[in-house]
Design a protein around this ligand. Structure first.
Ligand code: DX5
Ligand code: ZN
Length: 231
């Protein structure tokens, strides 16, 4: 099975909670992964930041590669880096199953999405709260996933910006009109108070950082989020 097929297999899962590996214990990733697997998590969200596209820096290919050796869970890799096409091949080789790039960071969005698909990896496009939806509309048929940011990319622990809800509503309509099948994911400030509005607006994949890693029990955090989504 190709990485893309692995992601497409999970497409119908809703709500799917994806822990964002930004606030976890990087000194003991193996235990963190084991705890998440025990909590019923089915896929991981990896936040890659370059200190250029966003002011913060995190990690790159070696962490993706290390994780891919320790878990069979699909890896949803969120690239918050300038001109991501430079690194797409290396992130694919490191074991990414889904690579999401920011429209604001791409000089050639179409080419970058094609490059990801050609590598057998699922393709995603992300847009920040202030970025108009129109910027991605011409390329939706090349997207397996659209990521509506509900905070400005860069840091965990920010509060939810409801502009993502409007975008999700519009994207649901566009997806229906154009008979497309991209997954709708939301990222930033997702917690038990904000998740239901996202779910009602059509998101099915939910990235969660603080609402998992700042809780004492991951299993409870994941089940609370899942229950809160559907009300
Ligand atoms: C922000 C990242 C998010 C973030 C989510 O730039 O893309 O994945 O870690 O963290 P919370 O859930 O704490 O907002
Ligand atoms: Zn993210």
């Amino acid at each position: 099975m190709t990485p893309r097929e692995k992601i497409l297999q999970l497409r119908g899962n809703s709500p799917l909670i994806l822990p964002s590996l930004l606030l976890c214990d990087f000194g003991d990733l193996q235990s963190e992964i084991a705890l998440l697997e025990k909590a019923g998590v089915r896929a991981l969200h990896l936040d890659v930041m370059d200190g250029m596209f966003v002011p913060n820096m995190t990690y790159g290919m070696p962490i993706v590669e290390g994780l891919s050796r320790h878990t069979s869970m699909p890896l949803d890799v969120h690239l918050m880096i300038e001109d991501p096409s430079r690194y797409v091949e290396q992130f694919a080789a490191a074991g990414s199953d889904l690579i999401t790039v920011h429209v604001e960071a791409c000089s050639d969005l179409k080419g970058t999405l094609e490059q990801i698909r050609d590598l057998g990896v699922a393709s995603g496009v992300a847009l920040n709260p202030d970025t108009p939806l129109e910027t991605i509309l011409p390329h939706l048929e090349l997207c397996d996933l659209v990521l509506c940011m509900s905070v400005n990319a860069g840091f965990g622990g920010q509060s939810f910006n409801p502009v993502a809800i409007e975008k999700l509503n519009q994207l649901v309509q566009i997806r229906e009109q154009q008979r497309l099948e991209f997954i709708l994911e939301v990222d930033g400030g997702v917690n038990v108070d904000t998740i239901q509005d996202c779910y009602d607006a059509g998101a099915t994949w939910f990235v969660a950082g603080s609402s998992i890693f700042r809780q004492p029990c991951y299993q409870l955090a994941v089940s609370d989020l899942t229950a809160a989504a559907t009300g």
